[in-house]
Design a protein around this ligand. Structure first.
Ligand code: XMP
Length: 515
């Protein structure tokens, strides 16, 4: 948690699709923001002493039975309130404005006309501009004391303000990139209306979290399991900043990593002088995986073995009371609350938490969005290679050898092919544009011809996707010349492969991984 003096803006969530994005944009404006459900007791809002409150959009109509209502107690708090979309409609209705279902809703890009002097939020901005809308009901008349400051074809009142009461509303979504002046509007609300200072930055996050970790753990010893991914690396680096050599990192190398990725982690951490136990457990994992072909069985074995190895190592570290975990804000929100126990990533984490160790969690990234984690990593001097790593599943290459057993030979083939794909994607400067890009090795063989002889070898599947959050994904339209180069290189350079194919399936109905 940031310290008490941190200025905070609370986003009260009515269930809108973009609510998280509002908090993210506010933070991008340099102001700390957290999201709470709109139904939260007003006492909780009071305790936080927010500098301002933003009400998000939501799927309901203000006239639906049981539709969430404008939290009237907010009026007594004496902090500025900005209602967005549903948030504005709920505010307008509660204060006596006229909100009705419009003939047609407005969805997508919409022309906005600034009216009157545009008020604090829109004054001086272009009279005609575009904005992003997603609503069916509209405000037809602003409540008393309010000034209407914009309209669109379907919304006679598309923005309204009552400076004397500190209440503001916009029908459009300032948080999406399709509203060109959206950030400006948010920024004005934060700075000119609410008087927030710009205080939230990677450097301030580091300073606050270092302080918070020191306070939490004191002189105790702390353990951190490194997975090779961004979150655990940044969490570990941050905790090291706070407690120095009282931190020991344990990196269980299951032998299912990509080419050189284990080495890069070890190198980066030893470069900082962070105590690191690198456990080469490849043999153990391969032995346990021998003969296993079912995807879920592979996952389970890898997860269990991971915990076992981790525990063995952790027990050797005497007097450790704390365990660092790279939980992010999105995990906290998704699990619906602030209870630690609920936030532990299971499916998406290698193995989860070793319960018998009886360690208290340290979660220095708990308040951060992924882009902030990356910025913090850079601030702390972690190399770009680590900070910008694409997501990689805990069970690693183990679930990318599909329909068959994981063997050393197949891992070597897959790792070599994958490394070529990565090299070429980086060379084409596409790595950061892709959510994930990787190779898959289906355990089938097909016929080919190489030189004078026929071959009978594996195919390699190229999987590259774009995505925002892995919930949905689209296959990436990689340039043909890049694909050609990758295919040629893999077939020529990797023994045991005679065919390269491209996965052109979106999620849904396919998934990103093959198993
Ligand atoms: P799918 O394949 O379900 O993957 O579309 C969504 C995201 O989750 C990752 N993934 C995993 N991560 N353990 C993990 O830690 C797993 O067993 C696992 N399976 C999928 C996948 O890489 C993608 O980012």
């Amino acid at each position: 948690m940031p310290e008490a003096e941190t200025e905070e803006v609370l986003v009260l969530d009515f269930g809108g699709q973009y609510s998280q994005l509002i908090a993210r944009r506010i933070r991008e404006c340099g102001v700390f923001s957290e999201m709470l459900p709109a139904s939260v007791p007003i006492g909780t809002v009071l305790e936080r002493k927010p500098k301002a409150v933003v009400l998000s959009g939501g799927p309901a109509s203000v006239y639906d039975p049981g539709a969430p209502e404008f939290p009237g107690e907010l009026l007594e708090l004496d902090v500025p309130v900005l209602g967005i979309c549903y948030g504005m409609q709920a505010m307008a209705k509660a204060l006596g404005g006229r909100v009705e279902a419009a003939e047609a809703g407005e969805f997508g890009r919409t022309d906005l006309t600034v009216t009157g002097d545009g008020g604090a939020l829109l004054g001086g901005l272009p009279r005609e501009q575009s904005c992003w809308m997603s609503h069916r009901d509209s405000v037809f008349e602003a409540p008393e004391d309010f000034e209407a400051v914009a309209s669109t074809p379907g919304s006679p009142v598309a923005a309204l303000e009552s400076p004397s009461r500190g209440l503001y509303g916009i029908q459009f979504h300032p948080e999406v990139v399709h509203t060109p002046f959206g950030t400006e509007v948010l920024d004005r609300f934060l700075r000119e209306v609410a008087g927030c200072k710009e205080a939230w930055s990677p450097a301030s996050i580091v300073a606050e979290q270092v302080e918070a970790v020191r306070e939490q753990v004191g002189d105790s010893k702390v353990i951190c399991g490194l997975s090779g991914g961004v979150d655990s690396s940044v969490a570990a680096r941050l905790v090291f900043e706070a407690v120095g050599e009282n931190l020991t990192c344990v990196f269980v190398d299951h032998g299912l990593m990509r080419e050189n990725e284990a080495e890069q982690v070890v190198e980066a951490f030893s470069g900082f002088g962070i105590p690191l136990i690198h456990v080469d457990a490849e043999d153990r994992f391969l032995e346990r995986l021998s003969g296993v072909t079912e995807p879920e069985a592979k996952r389970k074995i890898i997860g269990e073995e991971f915990i076992r190895v981790f525990e063995e190592e952790a027990r050797k570290i005497e007097g450790a009371d704390y365990l660092v975990q790279g939980t992010l804000y999105s995990d906290v929100i998704e699990s619906g609350g602030s209870d630690h126990a609920e936030t532990i990533k299971s499916h998406h984490n290698v193995g989860g938490l070793p319960e018998d160790l009886d360690l208290e969690l340290v979660e220095p990234l708990r308040m951060l969005f992924k882009d902030e984690v990356r910025a913090v990593g850079t601030e702390l001097g972690l190399p770009d290679r680590l900070v910008w790593r694409q997501p990689f599943p805990g069970p690693g290459l183990g679930i990318r050898i599909v329909g068959g057993e994981v063997t050393r030979e197949r891992l070597d083939i897959l790792r070599a092919a994958d490394s070529i794909l990565q090299q070429e994607i980086r060379a084409a400067e596409l790595y950061r544009d892709l959510w994930q890009s990787f190779c898959v090795l289906p355990v089938v063989r097909s016929v080919g011809v190489q030189g004078d002889g026929r071959t009978y070898a594996y195919p390699i599947v190229i999987r590259a996707v774009t995505s925002e959050d892995a919930m949905t994904a689209d296959w990436a339209r990689l340039p043909y010349d890049l694909l050609e180069k990758v295919s040629n290189r893999i077939i020529n350079e990797v023994d045991g492969v005679n065919r390269v194919v491209l996965d052109i399936s979106s999620k849904p109905p396919a998934t990103i991984e093959w198993e």
